[in-house]
Design a protein around this ligand. Structure first.
Ligand SMILES: *Cc1c(COP(=O)(O)O)cnc(C)c1O
Length: 399
C-alpha cells in the first residue's frame, strides 16, 4: 500500500492538479479482499446486494439495480420503457454524449432541446412549447410534427451536479403521459426541493465511473419506485434468464450486471457519500469566494430550490472582459500544471448524432459551451491546491 496519507502530505507544492480523480480512502481494500478470499468475484455475491441496498437507503430510493456502467443504466432504462425504432426521446443539448448514445442504441433518436441560461439544465419552458406547438397528439400518442416520430420519453440530465427543475419538467410531461427518466450520472446526492435526484422521475440512472463523486472504477445503477420495473431491470440485465438452472430465455437480454468486486468498491464508496459531498461543497465555497469579482468570470449559479453537489465546479469566461477565452485559459492553466476542461460539444453539433431531431431554438447551450471551463474538483483537493488554481486564474486574467 504505497499511497499512504503521509505520502500524500509530501506532494510537492507545484505537483500537477488533476481535474477529478477517485478518492479511495474507506474500506475498499477490506471489501475487495473479502471478495477474493471467498472467491465471490463475479456477477453474483453479497456485495452487489449490499451496494444496492446502501445506495437506495442513502438516496431514499425504493429499488436500486446495479449495472456495469451509467451508459448501460440509461440504455436499459430506455429498453424498460419500450423505446425503440420510430421513437424520439427528448435530451438536453448540453450533456455528455452517453445520454444521447443510450437513446440511439435502442434505434430511437434524440430530440435535442436547449438548456436554460442560469443553471444550464433542460429548459422546461422550451420543452413545454415544443410538446404543445411542435408535436401533435394522435390516438393517445404524441408525435413530433416535423418527423412523425413518437415522443417516447424525456431524459433530463442533472448536469455538473445541479438538479433540473423537475416539478416543471414533470408538469409538462404528465398531461401527455410521457415518462421522465433522470440522468443523474453527475449528481449523486444532489437534492431538488429536498428530494434526491434520480428518485423523482419514473427511473433515475447513476454512474460510478472513475471521475464521478462515487466510483466503482466503472459501474452504474437504475433507481425506481416501481417494483415491477426493478424486477424487469434485474431480469434483462442478466441475459433474461427464465430459469436459474436451464438455459432458457424468452427475450433478448443483456450482460449488464455489475460484478461483486466492483460492488465491493462501490459499497465502501457509498459509505463515504456524505463526506464526499461535504468536500465538494467546501471546494465550491472556496471557489465562489476566491473567484468573486474577477471581471468576465461568472461561476455556475445555484437555484434556490437546488442542493447542488458541485460535481465539477464550472465557470464562464467572457473573453472580452476577462482578456482571454476559455480554451486559452485552459492552456495557461495547463502550463501551471492545472488540469481543466471545457464542457462537452453540444449534442446538436455532434456529427455522431447527425440523425437526431434538433429543435430550432438552441442558443444557450452554444453560448455556455463557448465560455465554460470546469476547474479541479477532486474530493481530496487541498485548500492550498485550490488557492494555486485561483491565483493562476487571477494571474491569467491580468496578462
Ligand atoms: C458519466 C456520464 C454518463 C455515463 O456514465 P458511464 O458510467 O461513464 O457509462 C452518462 N451521462 C452523463 C451525464 C455522464 O456524465
Amino acid at each position: 500500500m504505497a499511497n499512504t496519507r503521509s505520502d500524500e502530505a509530501r506532494v510537492s507544492a507545484d505537483a500537477p492538479i488533476p481535474l477529478s480523480v477517485p478518492v479511495l480512502s474507506g474500506r475498499e481494500w477490506q471489501y475487495v479482499k473479502e471478495c477474493l478470499d471467498t472467491n465471490w468475484v463475479s456477477s453474483a455475491g453479497l456485495f452487489i446486494e449490499r451496494f444496492e441496498r446502501a445506495t437506495a437507503a442513502a438516496l431514499n430510493a425504493e429499488h436500486a439495480v446495479a449495472v456495469v456502467n451509467g451508459t448501460a443504466a440509461l440504455h436499459l432504462a430506455m429498453v424498460l420503457l419500450g423505446v425503440g425504432p420510430g421513437d424520439e426521446v427528448v435530451v438536453p443539448a448540453l450533456t455528455f454524449i452517453a445520454t444521447a448514445n443510450a437513446v440511439r442504441y435502442t434505434g430511437a433518436v434524440p430530440a435535442i432541446l436547449d438548456v436554460e441560461a442560469d443553471y444550464w439544465q433542460l429548459d422546461a419552458a422550451k420543452l413545454e412549447a415544443f410538446l404543445r406547438e411542435g408535436c401533435i397528439r394522435h390516438n393517445g400518442t404524441l408525435s413530433n410534427k416535423a418527423t412523425g416520430r413518437r415522443i417516447a420519453a424525456i431524459l433530463p440530465v442533472h448536469a455538473l451536479g445541479h438538479p433540473c427543475d423537475m416539478d416543471a419538467i414533470i408538469a409538462v410531461a404528465d398531461p401527455y403521459g410521457i415518462p421522465v427518466v433522470e440522468d443523474a450520472a453527475e449528481a449523486i446526492g444532489a437534492r431538488y426541493k429536498g428530494r434526491y435526484v434520480g428518485t423523482i422521475g419514473r427511473m433515475g440512472c447513476l454512474s460510478f465511473n472513475g471521475n464521478k463523486t462515487i466510483t466503482c472504477g466503472g459501474g452504474g445503477m437504475i433507481l425506481t419506485g416501481d417494483a415491477k420495473i426493478a424486477a424487469r431491470a434485474r431480469y434483462l440485465s442478466s441475459q433474461a434468464k427464465d430459469d436459474e438452472i436451464a438455459y432458457v430465455h424468452s427475450e433478448i437480454g443483456y450482460n449488464y450486471r455489475l460484478t461483486n468486486v466492483l460492488a465491493a468498491i462501490g459499497l465502501a464508496q457509498i459509505e463515504k457519500l456524505d463526506e464526499h459531498i461535504a468536500a465538494k461543497e467546501r471546494i465550491a465555497r472556496r471557489y465562489y469566494d476566491g473567484l468573486a469579482g474577477i471581471p468576465g468570470l461568472t461561476p455556475m449559479l445555484q437555484a434556490n430550490w437546488a442542493q447542488n453537489v458541485h460535481w465539477l465546479f464550472t465557470i464562464l469566461i467572457d473573453s472580452t472582459r476577462f482578456g482571454l477565452d476559455n480554451m486559452t485559459l485552459l492552456n495557461r492553466l495547463l502550463e501551471a500544471g492545472i488540469e481543466t476542461r471545457p464542457l462537452w460539444q453540444p449534442m446538436h453539433r455532434s456529427s455522431a448524432l447527425r440523425d437526431a431531431f434538433v429543435h430550432s431554438e438552441i442558443t444557450v447551450a452554444d453560448r455556455v459551451h463557448a465560455q465554460a471551463l470546469s476547474l479541479p474538483s477532486s474530493v481530496n483537493l487541498t485548500p492550498e491546491q485550490q488557492d494555486r488554481v485561483i491565483a493562476s486564474i487571477k494571474q491569467a486574467s491580468r496578462a
